[in-house]
Design a protein. Structure first.
Lengths: 79, 809
């Protein structure tokens, strides 16, 4: 892969779960996981980092549906 | 294609030119720009072409890019992820869709030329800026060709300097004398004398439209030399003169057809039959295309055409002169045909042009919502703009449409004014889009507006009124009318101070030991839906799984059983097994690049037996009940030596008078993030790792590290839901693309303690300096499988944007 996200200014703000997962599944040249211990690229997925964050509300419209369907073979559990 | 024409000549030049990012064809009307693009497309077999003929309706960004993507799809199937994002209800718009489009273009298997013809018709700034973005980020193998009457608003000088721009201008498109001879004597077989050729080329200055009109005028004329000597003047005069000659020379049937169909933006056989009142329009259109009568084909099936803009303008002018008043009749026929065929936008346009304003109003009322939900907000606004203002102001339904548009387009100062006008007007409802009444819609708008400006207290009454009015009807509008809070027990949210005020409850930790102390906790989530609803907290069913892999992830607590004398009304005191130690000093020293931190230490650490997740002995329900303060006060809400790092204020109620209940509360610093494209608020209270606790300003709770289970998300036995963070997103306080760890440290005052008096920190977080992480399932998601998959225990998936490749590769 040709790493280029930062160089091309494509490290833009993400706002939707599926869009992120689809990027991780289809564009390893743009987005990878990270090893929290070293800061180096690693396969995308859970990093062993967990936080307790209760949601409080929303400031524009209620989140109702993701912006994109999930790409085939992106990380979605079976339904 | 012939090379003995300017278009052929320029097309050949284009084929020989090395691949450049941008091709600009800039010339006034009638110079053959479209002709050149068409010739080039036919000759260029090495790349696919996605063609877009721009019209004024494309000044809606969503419509513009939907057309572009549809064009690309004709070259490469399955190219539609960006389109789905672009047109999704409530979508975040171009900021999300355009990078996706760039990514999809980069993955195309064949080189591609994007063609935007008549680009000068674009005036919408958002469209112009987004095209500039596309030009800047076009991947190798994709180029953009623009044809316009003036230079586009693009950084042409920079592209020119980089050798990434090819320009073709009027001079390049001018017919030479030889080309004029080849056109008129070769292609058109007019057998003109060299002197006549020279005179024509001189009079028209090689202008393609003039020569074509001259050709049409000269056909069958016995003395062409006399005719050529007879005309002179500027472009417009030549066109007027020649057009009159062309029209006069046509059979009456064709002449009438041209004038009557000139009111149409696009033409098809059936539409032209309906408007012109005849039969056989398809045959006429195909004949006109063959005879080069200024007709442009819009699709490969010969279904849709349009007149050359210059020709169309002149035909409409001639129609008004020759048959005054007929245009309105023709527009009326056009809107009826378009309405019957489901083309709402064109129906509305023709109804307005016909002066049928009542019909136009009803068309807008019936169709605006579908368009609005597809993201075509500016298209809807353009319809209202074309109506006389009094037509809009006199109709409550249109006033509400104005209010929805103002809210969606960020013109919040207009929302309440339009709502007030609607409330005073008629009709009262029900609304075509399914809302029960104008009153209900007005309440929803007012609640949304109040909430958007941070006045959540002001949002509540209209929100509850709308919910009551919609109680017996569609779930869609009931959901839309509900409060903006998921944490309904919250007393208030104040976006000017970035705080949520939550009820505060008393507990005792380490009871009966030397370390016994008074603790104060908040209540945020429950694993039982009924109890969650009753308590006004989030329903998080997956929390029942939290202790599967580590019993310490949840602490068992007990309740006191007070006597009537001890507690006539109020919560029972909870006895916690453990509590946090808030005394450490939080340290977050930025590294050379912000992140990783050079030095860090959590400001709050779990004591023995502590977890924020509790189960009351004798019950299986798991609650999220983090302790946020200890002791009797005074509470340190500046350096947080006895409070959690996000506590910015605490109020302990005095003893309640008889028959009353006085509530204690804590003001907690919010965090901002996103879910399903929408901005959300949340409260971070605990983390399973020291570094995470530092960045989140929360309590380090080691027991959470083993909570069931890493990577689990929605799999069997998981208590977690996914969250997405980014290490190296963009930075900058005012950068709308900022996000992530480096951004928080550089722009969010991560090294400082949070307090109500640290307004620099508060304002930085208010205006974009926060983490801005992306959350997975959320309680308001429409699909209950996703809404119920919400859990406050988030399993982070951290992303690293790939950097620039090193010179060594």
């Amino acid at each position: 892969v040709d790493p280029k996200a930062v160089a091309a200014g494509l490290n833009k703000r993400q706002i939707d779960e599926n869009v992120v997962l689809n990027l991780a599944a289809t564009r390893p040249d743009l987005l990878t996981g990270v090893d929290p211990a070293t800061g180096q690229p690693a396969p995308y997925g859970a990093d062993g980092v967990d936080i307790n964050c209760a949601v409080i509300g929303f400031t524009a419209q209620a989140p109702t549906a993701n912006l994109a369907p999930n790409a085939p073979l992106s990380q979605f559990p079976p339904r | 294609m012939t090379r003995t024409s300017p278009a052929g000549r320029s097309s050949s030049a284009l084929l020989k030119t090395p691949w450049v990012r941008l091709v600009v064809i800039s010339a006034p009307a009638g110079w053959g720009k479209t002709c050149l693009l068409r010739d080039w497309r036919l000759a260029d077999t090495a790349s696919g072409t996605a063609w877009m003929s721009v019209d004024t309706g494309d000044n809606d960004p969503v419509r513009f890019w939907a057309h572009v993507i549809t064009g690309v799809t004709s070259v490469s199937a399955g190219f539609d992820a960006a389109l789905r994002v672009l047109t999704a209800p409530g979508a975040a718009g171009l900021d999300t869709a355009l990078p996706m489009l760039v990514n999809e273009l980069a993955a195309l298997p064949v080189p591609l030329t994007l063609v935007f013809d008549d680009y000068h018709l674009v005036s919408n700034q958002e469209v112009l800026h987004s095209v500039a973005f596309l030009v800047e980020h076009l991947p190798p193998g994709v180029r953009l060709a623009l044809a316009a009457r003036a230079d586009p608003e693009l950084p042409l000088a920079r592209l020119r300097a980089r050798g990434e721009l090819l320009e073709i201008r009027a001079d390049d498109l001018r017919f030479t004398e030889d080309e004029t001879a080849a056109l008129l004597n070769g292609t058109m077989s007019l057998a003109l004398a060299p002197a006549d050729i020279r005179a024509l080329q001189h009079r028209t200055e090689g202008w393609a439209a003039g020569l074509h009109l001259a050709d049409l005028s000269l056909r069958g004329r016995p003395d062409p030399s006399a005719f050529i000597r007879a005309f002179a003047g500027d472009d417009r005069q030549i066109v007027d003169y020649l057009l009159a000659e062309v029209l006069d020379g046509l059979p009456a049937e064709i002449r009438a057809f041209l004038l009557r169909t000139s009111v149409l933006d696009r033409l098809s056989g059936p539409l032209c039959d309906a408007v012109a009142g005849g039969e056989g329009a398809q045959r006429i259109l195909e004949e006109m295309e063959r005879s080069s009568l200024f007709l442009v084909r819009l699709d490969t099936r010969r279904h849709w055409y349009r007149y050359h803009h210059l020709f169309g303008d002149l035909l409409r002018h001639e129609l008004d002169r020759a048959e005054p008043g007929l245009a309105a009749v023709l527009h009326r026929r056009a809107w009826a045909w378009h309405q019957a065929h489901g083309n709402l936008a064109e129906a509305i346009g023709h109804a307005i042009s016909a002066g049928d304003l009542a019909e136009a109003r009803e068309l807008i009322v019936s169709g605006w919502h579908a368009c609005f939900n597809e993201g075509l907000v500016e298209t809807v606004e353009s319809w209202l703009d074309r109506l006389p203002p009094e037509i809009v102001a006199d109709d409550a339904r249109l006033c509400l449409v104005r209010a929805w548009l103002a809210r969606n387009l960020g013109r919040l100062d207009e929302v309440e004014r339009w709502v007030e006008i609607a409330e005073a007007g008629a009709p009262r409802g029900p609304m075509r889009e399914g809302i029960t009444s104008v009153e209900s819609a007005a309440c929803m708008l007012r609640a949304g507006y109040r909430q958007m400006i941070g006045d959540l207290a002001g949002a509540e009454p209209p929100s509850r009124r709308a919910a009551a009015l919609e109680a017996s009807v569609t779930p869609l509008w009931r959901a839309g009318s509900l409060s903006t809070m998921t944490e309904e027990s919250a007393i208030q949210v104040d976006l000017s101070t970035e705080t949520v005020r939550l009820p505060l409850y008393l507990g005792i930790a380490y009871k009966g030991t030397p370390h016994q102390e008074k603790v104060w906790y908040i209540l945020l989530d429950a694993s039982d839906s009924g109890l969650a609803h009753d308590l006004g907290v989030n329903f998080a069913p997956k929390l029942v799984n939290i202790a599967i892999s580590d019993p310490a992830a949840v602490q068992a607590v007990t309740l006191d059983s007070p006597s009537p004398e001890q507690n006539r009304f109020g919560p029972a005191v909870v006895n916690f097994a453990g509590a946090p130690d808030f005394s450490p000093t939080r340290i977050a020293t930025p590294g050379p690049n912000g992140f990783p931190l050079a030095k860090f230490q959590p400001g709050s650490v779990a004591g023995p037996g502590y977890s924020p997740f509790i189960r009351i002995a004798g019950s299986n329900v798991v609650y999220n009940a983090p302790i946020v303060a200890v002791g009797d006060g005074p509470f340190d809400v500046t350096h947080h030596t006895n409070t959690e790092d996000r506590v910015l204020g605490i109020h302990i109620a005095s003893a309640s008078p008889q028959g009353q209940f006085l509530e204690s509360y804590a003001d907690m610093l919010l965090v901002r993030g996103f879910d399903a494209g929408q901005p959300i608020l949340y409260l971070s209270t605990d983390a399973g790792q020291p570094l995470t606790a530092v960045l989140e300003r929360s309590t380090y709770v080691p027991a959470l590290n083993n909570a069931s289970f890493n990577g689990g998300d929605d799999f069997l036995g998981s208590a977690r839901e996914r969250l997405f963070g980014f290490i190296n997103g963009q930075t900058g306080v005012n950068n709308p693309q900022s996000q992530g760890f480096v951004h928080l440290i550089k722009d969010g005052f991560a090294a400082e303690d949070a307090s109500a008096g640290n307004t620099a920190l508060i304002n930085a977080l208010r205006f974009g300096g926060d983490f801005l992480q992306v959350f997975g399932d959320f309680p308001t998601l429409t699909d209950p499988r996703h809404a119920d998959a919400y859990s406050p225990l988030w399993d982070a998936q951290l992303g690293l944007w790939t950097p620039r490749r090193s010179p060594q590769g």
